[in-house]
Design a protein around this ligand. Sequence first.
Ligand code: MLT
Length: 413
Amino acid sequence: MAYINENFLKLKAGYLFPEIARRVSSFQQQNPGQAARLIRCGIGDVTEALPAAAIKAMHEGVDELADRSTFKGYGPEQGYAFLREAIADNQYAGLGIAADEIFISDGSKCDTGNILDIFGKGNRIAITDPVYPVYVDTNVMAGNTGEADESGAYSGLTYLPCNASNGFVAVPPVEKVDIIYLCFPNNPTGAVASREQLTAWVNYALANDSIILFDSAYEAFIQDENLPRSIFEIPGAHRCAMEFRSFSKHGGFTGVRCAYTVIPKALVGCTSEGEKIPLHQLWSRRHSTKFNGASYPVQKAAAALFTSEGKQQVAELITHYMGNAALLREACLGVGLPVYGGENAPYVWVGCPPGTSSWEMFDKMLQQALVVITPGSGFGAGGEGWFRISAFNSRSNVEEVCRRITAMFPPHD
Ligand code: MLT
């Protein structure tokens, strides 16, 4: 009989979002009359149609595939040059990132998980708490952790607490770690590190030979011009960081699938003998072996987001979702709950009423308001006592969610 990867047995329960979907579906079965009124603000999944520029480009891409003279089979595993160049020119202008340092993929979730292929065993890994669960679970699967304790914390990981007292931005640890996952704008808390805070991280990484895995999938939602959008805005980052970005949220591509990872050629790891090896070389090899590139019409559509019409349409989508976030913030503040995020990120991070746990709040919102949220504790023990509301929805649904939240907490006399 074949042996299994027993690390999978260390994973706690199911992956967060399927677990939420399971609970919602059970509620619907038990309350069929209520199902139509349910509003989903749980998983951060976009609701608005694709930008017209992307649709047009995707159609053109399909037409090319329909004609033998323009047909394309396998594309370059690292992505078509037209998209890599559009990203370098539009997203990294002046930041010293070349097109061939950008690897196109089918999603940042996959990239942030798959990146572990190029790292060895024995690295000390730091993650924030709360955190996007993919970073933790993929390390568990890769055998980089021990067992979880009762709070769900895995031995072998260094947890960096994020809470109201540090504005949900982790500070570098005192001890040395080898790999650090940072996500700004943050999923789930919506916090964004300032230039000074990010500089402290880059300086820490340079001093400790650490590598920062910087997830900036939500950078397009930053409204404050003073906040850094890329870690490569920070001097020295090219020698200690790689960056993950996605078209999912601002381009409406959650179902279309397209993302990219930026690995500067200056970024190195080392062998057990101490020889320095560029990570770019390893990721390129990994991509060529395990990936055959995102589909051609999808890459055409992604590149179209950088045309002037595409930029305008993306800006409209962002205005729509950030308008939703502002309404959700206002409604939660209005009923006296502590609120973070939602100003430079499409997630609003809300404190539960005193004495209510995150999953109790989830149940309450589901049963009393017919609104699906994400319990903060699903993102780690540090998220207990909080919940996340996603701003990805129609305006009318968000307005209705705000009314229902307000009705749940009637004012005291
Ligand atoms: C979330 O809701 O946290 C995101 O949709 C998850 C993801 O992007 O994979």
